[in-house]
Design a protein around this ligand. Structure first.
Ligand code: GDP
Length: 338
């Protein structure tokens, strides 16, 4: 088959697909089949055609998923000179308290005066945990060891910090799930008491199938405007996050990538979907290694010269330490599903 004919057949197959009234998997498959047949008839190696077919399918799925989770949304922009309130909601253990502190530090690093209010009076030790995190991050906090009504604590904390002219007041609430009707009602009361400018739902990447129902329930009651996915450094692919976005039409703005204060990244839909599909995140890996500014100059010179000193060994070890957990690095490499 001459090249011109091949081009014509591929064009026709794509046009057929775009003209089809209901674009579904069957239509897509038939387009792929037509293109593959044309390529085989043009003497393209059959194995290569098969690989191409898989790769086109994969790219299409990738693009669709990226489109679905791409937030086209920026993190909340506090108005300067006015107090702004962000309230956190989510299931117990999802990573709310940890993420509250991470977010406060994120805003603090960008010049906002940020603080934390612990409205979790339900779980013993919640205030202590927030206190410890906040102290480590040097962020002012408010909570009570004696007041058992979270609505009162939330209101008092927000009022205090408003008077003290903080730019950003982040309110942490206790974990709850949709079957706990009273706790859901309480969440509404806290929201009414502090009138947040933004409510954020925290979702653990390991939640899986339950994500859809839970996030829908939180959306119905607390109408959150942003999502943070935590524990993306773990083994979970994070498919639940996609269900949550699809069910609530709410953007993911940040992801938690570890237990430490700085382990909070802006959500990058391409990197997220690549990891989900097991395609790795080479761009992220390269960026990560470059950001470490590893100093290799002397060592490389020494290796060439045949002298590898104890100092070189120390430098190499310190470079490895800088890279962070190996599991995190491995997760960015295509094909190394963890
Ligand atoms: P809360 O009950 O929703 O307030 O959850 P916590 O903030 O107490 O977090 C529960 C556990 O998850 C703690 O052990 C945190 O250190 C851990 N955690 C939170 N975020 C992350 C994350 O992004 N990655 C990892 N690996 N652990 C996290």
């Amino acid at each position: 088959m001459v090249l011109q004919d091949l081009g014509r057949r591929i064009n026709a197959a794509v046009t057929d697909l775009t003209r089809s009234p209901n674009l579904d998997e069957k239509q897509f498959d038939s387009m792929l089949k037509e293109i593959s047949n044309a390529l085989v008839e043009a003497d393209v190696n059959i194995k290569l055609v098969a690989t191409l077919r898989t790769s086109i399918k994969r790219t299409a799925v990738y693009d669709e998923l990226v489109k679905l989770v791409d937030p086209h949304a920026e993190p909340f922009k506090p108005r300067k000179g006015k107090p702004n309130v962000i309230m956190f909601v989510g299931l117990q253990g999802s990573g709310k308290t940890t993420s509250c502190t991470k977010l406060a530090r994120w805003y603090q690093a960008r010049g906002f005066k940020a603080c934390l209010v612990c409205a979790d009076t339900f779980r013993a030790g919640a205030f202590d945990q927030l206190k410890q995190n906040a102290t480590k991050a040097k962020i002012p906090y408010y909570g009570s060891l004696t007041q058992t009504d979270p609505v009162i604590v939330a209101r008092e904390g927000v009022e205090k910090f408003k008077k003290e002219r903080f730019d950003l007041i982040i309110v942490d609430t206790s974990g709850r799930h949709q079957q706990e009707k009273e706790l859901f009602a309480e969440m509404s009361q806290i929201q009414a008491a502090v009138s947040p400018d933004q409510t954020i739902m925290v979702l653990d990447a390991t939640i899986g199938q339950a994500a859809e129902a839970q996030s829908r329930a939180f959306k119905d009651t607390a109408d959150f405007g942003a999502i943070i996915i935590t524990k993306t450094d773990g083994a979970a692919a994070g498919g639940g996050a996609i269900s949550a976005v699809a069910a609530t039409h709410t953007p993911i703005v940040f992801i938690g990538t570890g237990e430490h204060l700085l382990d909070l990244d802006r959500f990058d839909p391409r990197a997220f979907v690549s990891k989900l599909l097991g395609m790795g995140d080479m761009a992220g890996l390269v960026e990560h290694v470059q950001s470490l500014k590893l100093d290799q100059k002397d060592t490389l010179k020494h290796i060439v010269e045949g002298v590898f000193t104890v100092r070189d060994l120390r430098d190499q070890l310190s470079n490895v330490m800088k890279m962070g957990p190996l599991s995190k690095m491995a997760g960015m490499i295509p094909g190394s599903a963890l």
